[in-house]
Every structure is written in C-alpha cells, then in structure tokens.
Ligand binder design. Structure first.
Ligand SMILES: NC(=O)c1ccc[n+]([C@@H]2O[C@H](COP(=O)([O-])OP(=O)(O)OC[C@H]3O[C@@H](n4cnc5c(N)ncnc54)[C@H](O)[C@@H]3O)[C@@H](O)[C@H]2O)c1
Length: 291
C-alpha cells in the first residue's frame, strides 16, 4: 500500500518535528492534539524551523511553502480515520496512549498502519490493545526530528514483514537511517542513554559535582556534544523519569532506579527547556545552573 497521508497525534516537541519532516518529504500530514494552543505553537515552530532551513540554503522557499500547505491540524481524533499511517507522539504515559488507540481504531481503514513514537513503552502491549497488532510498530524518532538522522524501528511480537518493510521505505524517503531494535524496555538508544543521564543526576545528588562541572566533564572529557544534564533538560525531565520507571519496572533491576533528585525536579514542574527551568534556568538571557 502506498503511504501518502500521515496522521500525527500529539503536537509537542516530537509531534511538530515529525509533521515537519513528513510534510517536507511530500506526505500530507494531519496533526492532532487535545490542545488548540499546542497546535498553534506547533505550526508557528514548524514555520520558524523551515525558515531556518531556507536561510541556510538547505531547502528552497518554494519547498517551505509547499510543506506548510501539506499540514492540516485538528482537535478531532476521528479526522485521522482516512490516513494511511498514524504516528502517535502524545505524552509518555501508557494510559494516555492506550486511550488514544482505543478511541481511534473504530475510525480507521483496515489497511492503516499504526505506530507509536514512545521512548520506552512495550510495543507488543500497546499493539495488543488494538485490532491490528500485525500492523503496529514502534517508530522512534530522535529529538530534534529535523536534525537527527536516526529512526529506531521496533517490531512488536506480532508485527508482520510488509509493515516493517513499508516503514523502512518511509524512513528512506525521509532521508533518514533506520536501526532495528527488539521490543524490550527503552529499545537501544534510551536503554543506553537514560541510565547515563540518571547517573549524572545521582552524581549531582551526591554532591560529586555541580551542574556545570558535570556537564563540562562529559563534554570536554568524553567528547559529548552536550552535557548529560543539559541533554536531560532538552529531552524533558518528565520524559526522562518516565523512561527510567519503565526500565526499572520492565527489567526489575535496581540498577535502573530513578534518582530521587530527578523525581523532585519533576514534582516541582521543573521539566527542562519546555517549562523554562530544569537543571538550568532558561528564563534569562543565558541558561543558569540551578545547582
Ligand atoms: N522529548 C524527546 O526527546 C523524545 C524523543 C523521542 C521520543 N519521544 C516520545 O515522544 C512522545 C512525545 O514526547 P514529547 O517530548 O513531544 O512530549 P510533549 O510533552 O512535548 O508533547 C506531548 C503532546 O501530547 C499532547 N497530548 C496529550 N494527550 C493527548 C491526547 N490524548 N491526544 C492528543 N494529544 C495529546 C499534549 O497536549 C502535548 O502537546 C513521548 O512518547 C516521548 O517518549 C520524546
């Protein structure tokens, strides 16, 4: 089946980036959220990010105009019923994702492929709550989507080969690179990345270093382009905590226990860049460490 129309659920950090790259690659995109404000912000951000690509001569002004014209938005989930591929990129909470799929499935055509951009939740379990586990896959983009080259493709236990091949072709059409991962908690990238970020938070919690010295150490001492705490703020501390909880519960190993300081930041609503404060305070001209 040729994929032409793509539904994206959730217009947050990931959803807007996913809509951006699909529209630029020639797909028609229907972007859905429960918040009109999120949809408005997403469109404004896509416009800004496309403009940046134009000013850097990466794309033409014509390509930008055409991409924007391919994106429509809706608060009404059943409007995604006629799409060929759905990418769910809503909040990282299993109950939220399950409810979305339950509401959406009755409106879908039988051939539509369903995917989730979840960072950690079991694809097999999400798929089992739908009417099409063989046409369900993990489709894990990296943040920021227009910049990052990798897409993890995660087969659930029931995913069939045509579905895998169809998504592999989509990744190629986007000009990105696919890596296949098995359906175990947090897949490949986050299975390795999140325990490192969590360990950086423990290093802060135990007073081994402060925010600045920890980030500088990993940038200058391990050649990482961003420090782990800066990166955590970029990803979102709520998402980091949710992934650690999935690793902890799913692998039943205490080495994945989330750092209490990470929990405290999330309790405070200091979720990183998206709320203006996390391990750094972004409300002034330059980010200022909060510890
Ligand atoms: N942030 C990252 O670096 C990153 C990277 C890869 C994957 N992911 C995954 O992508 C997903 C989204 O993460 P994000 O960082 O974009 O989160 P976010 O908080 O920026 O955005 C989530 C959006 O989902 C919307 N939403 C919540 N419930 C909804 C519903 N029932 N229907 C429609 N929309 C709904 C919210 O209004 C919000 O706009 C998560 O599963 C996350 O694990 C995140």
């Amino acid at each position: 089946m040729a994929i032409q129309t793509v539904g994206v659920i959730g217009a947050g950090q990931m959803g807007n980036g996913i809509a951006h790259v699909f529209a630029l690659a020639g797909y028609d995109v229907v972007l859905n959220d429960i918040s009109q404000e999120a949809l408005n912000n997403a469109l404004a951000l896509i416009d800004r990010n496309l403009e940046r690509q134009v000013s850097r001569d990466k794309i033409s002004a014509e390509a930008k105009r055409e991409a924007l014209a391919r994106i429509s938005t809706t608060l009404n989930l059943p409007d995604l019923g006629k799409t060929d591929l759905v990418i769910e990129a809503a909040t990282e909470r299993e109950t939220v994702k399950q409810a979305i799929f339950e509401d959406l499935v009755p409106h879908l055509r039988p051939e539509t492929i369903l995917t989730s951009n979840t960072s950690s939740i079991s694809i097999t379990r999400l798929a089992s709550r739908t009417d099409r586990p063989e046409k369900f896959m993990g489709f894990h983009f990296m943040n920021p989507v227009p910049v990052m080259q990798l897409v993890e493709l995660i087969r659930g236990i029931a995913t069939d080969e045509p579905t895998y091949k169809a998504l592999h072709e989509v990744v190629e059409k986007l000009g990105k690179t696919a890596a296949s991962a098995e359906d175990f908690p947090a897949f490949i990238v986050n299975r390795i990345l999140m325990p490192m970020i969590n360990e950086a938070v423990y290093t802060l919690y135990e007073g081994v270093g402060n925010v600045k010295s920890i980030d500088e150490s990993m940038k200058l001492g391990a050649n990482h382009p961003m420090g782990p705490l800066e990166l955590a703020d970029f990803i979102g501390l709520d998402t980091c905590l949710a992934i650690m909880n999935v690793l902890h519960d799913g692998l039943a190993d205490t080495k994945y226990r989330p750092c209490p300081l990470l929990t405290k930041y999330v309790e405070a609503g200091w979720l990183g860049r998206k709320t203006g404060r996390g391990f750094y305070d972004y409300r002034g001209e330059v980010p200022v460490p909060t510890r």
